[in-house]
Structure formats: structure tokens, C-alpha cells
Design a protein around this ligand. Structure first.
Ligand SMILES: Cc1cc2nc3c(=O)[nH]c(=O)nc-3n(C[C@H](O)[C@H](O)[C@H](O)COP(=O)(O)OP(=O)(O)OC[C@H]3O[C@@H](n4cnc5c(N)ncnc54)[C@H](O)[C@@H]3O)c2cc1C
Length: 512
């Protein structure tokens, strides 16, 4: 493989360019491989996708971007996790339910996970804080607008797990600048047709003004259009709207309301009658949007709901309506072409997994281009692994909805009664009616969401095992009290020692 052509210059295209260039070319040397990105300014990028998961830190570190540069150039903020509001029916007083999904993986103390200690004390009749609040420090730190890391922490390091919110367009620009400065070629033009070799491989793409661009390997990062994999190679798209109902979004950006904004170090997801609204604080502005099901709300209704939720400041603010293709192409890599990002598939943004799916596909790709050859055997293995990951994330997202007891709209009733649920998810939910999730319950070998993540959602949705935990009789009450007291002490320590989210970012920017 001597040349790779990437079609598309959204986050997926530039992530691929920066990552592959870093992994397959030595800095400052010509090297055997040339990477080119062709993108069309006239078509533009999707421009949304502002929340990430913690693996983003590994990605940025692996391509050699200093954390301060990423934070500054993309107006990024930190993310401890997601605050879910109104995902269950309100309580008897009408108060909406809220819960937090932190990134923290709970510690094992005295031989048991903190979740098991919490169940032990519950089974012994102790009154204690809700599950997630008791076993994680991150909900409290989020409420207090604390940074997940001290000012003295090394780049990308912290005692606490964290991710980012980032301006998707600025993220793309940063990667583009970086990749071009390291030798990636850039062609600004529209691809008008795709041409094949006799064996079905792609030979070249034809552009409107730059003629034909040939390569040994092609990456389709052309967004929902999927110009190469869907268009030229006709790889079928498997629609998953029978599993995940939300297929539209309306987005709205707003300025901060004060000069020194109270930056929320978490994403807020507020359930609505036909979907949910995201709120994300970036350093320079607020990003918001309503992700909804077109079967249950019209675009006008969704826009009205979003504006009403955001209040006076959003009255005349411009909005963007977006259509989302929910599902994936089970074979992301066919012939000499691999799709990435929206061209490969999309699962709604509830747990911010879009950019993660690009990261994981890129690392798998590098792992499978042995000796610089993109072999069909590797492709089959790659496709199987990526399909498993898409399936796993689909089921994890679906769990958020089908566990809800909301009964106030057709959307929530349809989620409970009409959607297709995989046998694997049904089996797991049946199991977790009796025990907390453990690693052996999960099917995929490459899981983004581990047992802790599943248990946070189960707890938040009031679906922890109701009966006594099978281990409770064997765990001393005193050791569970000690374990959970340690978390309370850690919480107090972090609250006192960590800087505010705003202070951390302000300082980083001033040093930068
Ligand atoms: C509502 C919404 C919210 C989201 N939120 C999140 C989130 O919080 N977290 C997250 O991780 N992900 C999120 N995502 C997903 C995320 O936005 C995408 O996964 C990511 O931006 C990658 O997009 P892309 O590069 O594949 O596509 P795009 O940004 O659409 O880029 C496509 C590129 O292809 C080019 N192109 C297309 N046709 C041609 C042609 N004929 N010739 C030349 N160039 C062409 C375009 O010019 C563009 O450069 C969200 C997505 C949506 C829809």
C-alpha cells in the first residue's frame, strides 16, 4: 500500500489522516506512503458531535497533540459524564427523576466492587445515598462545577476518568492543520464519480477540477452520503430504526449568559415527549439540540420544544434541522475501501459514541494492515469486530429507553411495546434482575461500556436487582461501611482540592 485517498474532510476524514499519517509515516521523512484528503467545501461537514468518551484522550495523545492545544483550539471543556433528567416518570410529588452516568469505574475494596457493598448495606436495611452517588465521586464534583483534574496533573492524566466537549468544526480544523503540516496532501474539490478495476476494487475517483485521483486504498469518510462504500460499492445499509426510534435532530448554539460562565463539566440529557435534549457547555458557547423520532414529532414541533426548553435566549436564535440515518453497514471494509464515521453507520448521539467509533476503527485498521497489505482476510475479521461493537452500543443505548416507566406519550409507550429488542439484551436484562452486571455477562471482547456503565444505567432507571444480593450474607457489614465511607472521604478531598472547571480551563488558555 503506497497511497491512501480519504474522501471527506469532516471529523472522520481528518482523524483518519492525522492518525494514519502518524502511525504509518516517520516524521520528517518521505516514507513509502502518501495520504491525500479530498473534500468539498460546497458540501461541508455535519458540524455537530460535541461530546466524547474518555478514549479520546488516548487518541489525541497517540497523534501527538498536546492537551493544552486541543483544549484551547477547539474551545473544549471537560466531561465527568452525563446527567440524565426526566428519563423516568416523575415521583408522587411530580419531581422529575435525575441520575448521573459517570466515567469512573468503581474501585474494588475488601474483595468486592463498591456496587456489591452498596447492595449489602441496602439488604441489611441501611438508608444510604442512591447507588451512583454512593459509589462515585463524579456526580458531586459535577454539581460543584469541579475540574476532573488538578492543575498539577500531567497532560491527559488524572486520578478520575474524564472526556471532553469540543467544537466539532474547530476539532476538524485543528486536525487538518496538523495533518497537512505533517505531509498529508489536501485537495479541495468535489468527487463526481468513482471508477473500478476489473476485480471490483476502486481504481480512482474523478473530481470536478483536479482530474482523477488514484490510490491503492480508499477511505470513505463522505458522511451520510457514503459515496464510495454505499454509492460505488453498493454495500447495503442495515436500518436500525426499529431498535432506536430517534432519527432527526434540531440543533441550536447560544452564547454564554455571563462573561465568567459557570461551565458544566458534564453533558445534560433531558428526556422529552419524543426524544431528548442535549446541553453542552463549550468554553466559548453553549451547544444544544433535540434528538427526536420523526414518527412522533414533526420538525416544527421539535423546534418549538427545543426553544421552549432553552427559554428566552433561544427565542430568535437560528436552528439547524438534521436527518440521521440510524444503522450501519455490517461490512465497513469491502475491496480496497473502508468507510469511517457517518459513512459507516450512525447510532444516535445519546452516549456520544460517533467519534469513538472512528477511533476504534482506525486502531483496528492499523492492527490489520500487516506488512502494508490490506488483505481480504483481515477485512472479514475487521468487519466482524466492528459489527459486534455497533451491536453492543446499539443495545446499550436502547437500554436507556426500554427501562423507562414513562407513559406520557406514544414515543415512550412504543419504546416499551413496539421496538425490536435483541435476544442478547433480553437475556442480560433478565440476568440483571438478579445480580449486578459483571464482565462475563458481556458479549463483546472490545467493550466501550463495561459492567459499571451498565450498572449506572440500571440504577438510574430503578432497575437494580430488587431481591437480596446473593453475596450479601457473606460480606461483613463493617467492611461495606468502611468501603463506602472511603468514597465519602475521597469526595470531600476532591471537592476541597480540585480547581473549578472554569478556573482550570482559563489558566490553561492563559498559559497557552
Ligand atoms: C445530531 C448529531 C449529534 C452528534 N453528536 C455527537 C456527539 O456528541 N459525539 C460524537 O462522538 N459524535 C456525535 N455525532 C456524530 C459525529 O458528528 C460524526 O460521527 C462525526 O462528525 C464524523 O462525521 P463525518 O466526518 O463522518 O461526516 P461529515 O462531517 O458529514 O463529513 C463528510 C465530508 O465528506 C465530504 N464530502 C461529501 N461528499 C463529497 C464529495 N462528493 N466530494 C468531496 N467531498 C465530499 C464533505 O465535504 C465533508 O467534508 C453526532 C451526529 C449528529 C447527526
Amino acid at each position: 500500500m503506497k497511497s491512501i485517498l480519504i474522501v471527506g474532510g469532516g471529523s472522520a476524514g481528518w482523524m483518519a489522516a492525522a492518525f494514519l499519517n502518524h502511525a504509518l509515516r516517520s516524521p520528517g521523512e518521505e516514507g513509502p506512503l502518501q495520504i491525500t484528503v479530498v473534500e468539498s467545501d460546497a458540501i461541508g461537514t455535519i458540524g455537530v458531535g460535541e461530546a466524547t468518551v474518555p478514549t479520546m484522550r488516548t487518541f489525541l495523545r497517540s497523534i501527538g497533540v498536546p492537551e493544552w492545544q486541543f483544549l484551547t483550539e477547539t474551545h473544549a471543556t471537560f466531561k465527568h459524564g452525563i446527567a440524565f433528567k426526566g428519563w423516568r416518570a416523575p415521583d408522587a410529588e411530580g419531581t422529575p427523576a435525575t441520575y448521573f452516568h459517570p466515567f469512573e469505574v468503581p474501585a474494588t475494596l475488601a474483595g468486592h466492587g463498591l456496587g456489591t457493598h452498596w447492595l449489602n448495606l441496602r439488604d441489611r436495611g441501611f438508608k444510604q445515598p442512591p447507588y451512583v452517588e454512593a459509589i462515585s465521586v463524579q456526580p458531586e464534583l459535577s454539581r460543584r462545577f469541579k475540574s476532573p483534574k488538578p492543575l498539577s496533573a500531567l497532560p491527559y492524566e488524572s486520578p478520575l476518568s474524564y472526556a471532553y466537549h469540543t467544537d466539532a468544526s474547530k476539532f476538524g480544523e485543528m486536525l487538518k492543520k496538523l495533518a497537512i503540516s505533517r505531509g498529508v496532501k489536501h485537495v479541495s474539490d468535489k468527487v463526481v464519480s468513482v471508477h473500478h478495476h476489473e476485480n471490483g476494487d476502486i481504481a480512482h475517483v474523478r473530481t470536478a477540477e483536479h482530474g482523477d485521483l488514484a490510490a491503492d486504498f480508499f477511505i470513505d469518510a463522505s458522511g451520510f452520503r457514503a459515496l464510495l462504500l454505499g454509492g460505488a460499492l453498493k454495500e447495503p445499509f442495515v436500518d436500525w430504526t426499529s431498535h432506536l426510534l430517534c432519527d432527526r435532530a434540531v440543533a441550536c448554539q447560544l452564547p454564554h449568559e455571563s462573561e465568567v460562565p459557570t461551565l458544566r463539566p458534564f453533558t445534560t440529557s433531558t428526556a422529552q415527549v419524543a426524544g431528548w435534549i442535549w446541553e453542552i457547555d463549550l468554553f466559548s458557547r453553549r451547544g444544544n439540540g433535540y434528538v427526536y423520532s420523526s414518527q412522533h414529532a414533526s420538525a416544527d414541533e421539535a423546534e418549538t420544544t427545543l426553544r421552549a426548553h432553552l427559554g428566552e435566549s433561544a427565542k430568535d436564535a437560528p436552528v439547524r434541522h438534521l436527518s440521521m440515518q440510524i444503522g450501519h453497514r455490517p461490512r465497513m471494509w469491502v475491496h480496497n475501501c473502508m468507510a469511517l464515521g457517518l459513512a459507516a453507520g450512525f447510532l444516535e448521539p445519546l452516549e456520544s459514541t460517533g467519534i469513538y467509533l472512528v477511533e476504534v476503527a482506525l486502531s483496528l485498521f492499523i492492527d490489520h494492515v500487516g506488512g502494508g497489505v490490506a488483505s481480504p482476510h483481515f477485512a472479514a475479521r475487521f468487519n466482524r469486530k466492528m459489527s459486534d461493537i455497533y451491536l453492543e452500543i446499539r443495545d446499550f443505548l436502547q437500554m436507556h429507553y426500554i427501562l423507562s416507566d414513562r407513559d406520557d406519550s406514544a414515543f415512550w409507550r412504543d419504546y416499551r411495546n413496539e421496538v425490536s429488542v435483541s435476544d442478547s439484551l433480553r437475556e442480560k436484562l433478565a440476568l440483571w434482575a438478579f445480580k449486578l452486571p459483571s464482565i462475563t455477562d458481556l458479549d463483546g471482547q472490545m467493550t466501550l461500556f463495561g459492567p459499571a456503565n451498565y450498572s449506572y444505567i440500571l440504577a438510574g432507571m430503578n432497575h437494580l436487582p430488587a431481591g437480596a444480593n446473593h453475596l450479601s450474607p457473606y460480606i461483613a457489614q463493617s467492611s461495606s461501611i468502611k468501603a463506602l465511607t472511603l468514597i465519602e472521604q475521597a469526595k470531600a478531598k476532591f471537592v476541597n482540592s480540585l480547581p473549578s472547571h472554569y478556573e482550570f480551563l482559563k489558566k490553561t488558555r492563559s498559559v497557552a
